[in-house]
Design a protein. Structure first.
Length: 126
């Protein structure tokens, strides 16, 4: 049985991810390779490897990790298929003027992805 840990003010990542190992397992359970998560969170793979070995998610990394996890959850909810999400993230999309969703993330335009998520949830995406 896994021991539970209370969140503190320094620990702001989602409840299921308290340590680097938790993050690694969360990512692997969803079929998200480290390289893709790093691109989405704007981390180097070396930094991510260090985070994944940490007993607690560093406070300075918590925000991008949390934001990335939430976006992955929302997009996977809509895509349904792990491989479909990975392919979709890297494919030019006419809804985004042929930019890739991953390119939007790198350019700091995740608001466009969140807008799409919201519209799809509401059934209004056209």
């Amino acid at each position: 049985m896994k021991a539970t840990t209370k969140l503190t003010k320094e620990q702001v990542t989602p409840k299921e991810v308290l340590s680097g190992r938790d993050l690694m397992h969360w990512r692997q359970e969803r079929g998200i390779p480290r390289s893709l998560f790093c691109k989405m969170a704007d981390f180097s793979e070396r930094k991510m490897a260090t985070i994944e070995k940490a007993p607690r998610i560093p406070k300075t990394s918590a925000r991008p990790i949390t934001e990335t996890m939430r976006l992955i959850k929302a997009l996977q909810e809509l895509a349904g298929d792990r491989q479909a999400l990975k392919d979709w993230l890297q494919t030019p999309n006419p809804a985004f003027d042929k930019a890739t969703p991953l390119g939007l993330i790198k350019d700091g335009k995740t608001d466009l992805l969140w807008e799409m998520v919201h519209q799809l949830r509401q059934g209004t995406f056209a």
